[in-house]
Ligand binder design. Structure first.
Ligand code: PLP
Length: 419
């Protein structure tokens, strides 16, 4: 009998047979409040009727219009529609299927257009699992273990993770930018650095928003040295952080933007956006792929854009995110094991710390304890001591409060177990 590879593990014990809005259902009809959103993908909720209808219609018209062979209307419509939400000047799009592929496409673009070899990324970043993207990923040694040496020419600077360093935001920002300048002086000279690649909020790395001034500091250095600033919005895009793009919380403009996850509500689709002028400087034929810009995924993405706009999901993420953070800060007063509450919009972290040390055991116990109460949550962070709050953006205040109630019960029960 064949079976799934044991290398593929699951964070929960659930086999989901149906999804609807913020809920997943198993074969026994048990209903779970899904605060994982398929790792930040189902921003419009599971099986949003408008997305289902668009995908069903497209499936009957054309499933696969291979985009280096033919064009198709869904691809053209999505390209035009993304123009309404992309930062000014990023008027050229290239589509792939997964986030990791889009990250690789961005690095190819950066290397070819600058003629430079090196990339700078940040400690704790996650950019994907294919070799170039994996070389840029430092959120966990397990992803890289047994595979090194990886792609050369990738240099890692500190991310301003104020809570981890134990400093205030200003001190942390100054430190991170000073270390970046030191890296320029010691390891990757600006003139050989093609791009700086950064997540506006570290995702896998612990849901850590960039401190004020950090992305602006990167932009200033990129401008000074003609380095491209690539902003990886794979997890932070499509309203997740309470703005359409995560970088909009800062005063910064990307040269290349990478998107995936929320883009097509669960259909595999990713993209990079840059100016036409930059795209034209790369080598023709250097980007492509069999499944990129799949017609059904593109149709679902157009419907996703409609839903986000019509249902005010970006605003909902901002409002309910603020409510969630306030409530978690109150909880933190009662449970000092919650060392830090941070985030933007509905991308929120609770970091567990016991006697000043990261407490991954508590995070793991909490994940299991909420699951027993039918709330699904994921951990993150290099040390595994962060529980992330990442519900679909259609979530209601009542559902957030229900999840908070379960979380508090679980906090009390795990405190009891660990006594
Ligand atoms: N970039 C970021 C910021 C991510 O969070 C992820 C996935 O979690 C990726 C890239 C890779 O995307 P994918 O898993 O679709 O390859």
């Amino acid at each position: 009998m064949t079976r799934l590879s044991p290398l593929l593990t699951q964070a929960t014990g659930v086999t989901a047979v149906k999804g609807e809005g913020v809920y997943l259902f198993d074969a026994e009809g048990r209903r779970y409040l899904d605060f994982t959103s398929g790792i930040g993908v189902t921003n419009t909720g599971h099986c949003h009727p408008a997305v289902v209808e668009a995908a069903q219609h497209q499936t009957g018209e054309l499933i696969h219009g291979q985009y280096t062979t033919v064009l198709h209307p869904a691809l053209l419509e999505l390209t035009a529609r993304l123009g309404d939400v992309l930062p000014p000047g990023l008027d050229s799009l290239f589509f792939t299927s997964a986030g990791t592929e889009a990250v690789e496409a961005a690095t190819r673009l950066a290397k070819q257009t600058t003629g430079r070899t090196n990339l700078i990324v940040f400690q704790g970043s996650f950019h994907g699992r294919t070799t170039a993207a994996l070389s840029m990923t430092t959120s966990k040694a397990a992803y890289r273990a047994g595979l090194q040496p990886l792609m050369a020419g990738v240099f890692v600077a500190p991310f301003p993770y104020a809570y981890r360093y134990g400093w205030d935001e200003n001190t942390t920002t100054e430190f991170a930018l000073r270390e970046l300048d030191y890296l320029f002086a010691t390891q990757s000279a600006p003139r050989e650095t093609a791009a700086i690649v950064v997540e506006p909020v570290l995702g896998e790395g612990g849901y850590v928003p960039a401190t004020p001034g950090f992305l602006e500091g990167l932009r200033e250095r990129c401008d000074r040295h003609s380095i491209l600033l690539v902003i990886d919005e794979v997890q932070t895009g499509f309203g997740r952080t309470g703005r359409f793009w995560g970088h909009e919380h800062y005063n910064v403009h990307p040269d290349v933007l990478v998107t995936a996850k929320g883009l097509a509500s669960g259909f595999p689709l990713s993209a990079i956006a840059a100016s036409t002028e930059l795209m034209e400087r790369a080598w023709a034929g250097s980007q492509g792929g069999t499944y990129g810009g799949n017609a059904v995924a593109c149709a679902a993405a157009v419907a996703t854009l409609d839903v986000i706009e019509k249902e005010g999901l970006v605003e909902n993420a901002a409002t309910l995110g603020a409510h969630l953070m306030d409530a978690l800060r109150v909880l933190q007063q009662r449970y000092p094991v919650i060392g830090d509450v941070r985030g933007k919009g509905l991308m929120v972290a609770t970091e567990f710390t016991t006697r000043g040390e990261p407490d991954a055991t508590r995070a793991k116990h909490m994940q299991a304890a909420v699951e027993r109460r039918r709330l699904l949550m994921l951990t993150c962070g290099p040390l595994g001591n962060v529980i992330r709050w990442i519900p679909p953006l259609i979530v209601t205040r009542e559902q957030i409060d229900q999840a908070l109630g379960i979380f508090e019960e679980a906090l009390a029960s795990t405190a009891e177990e660990e006594r």
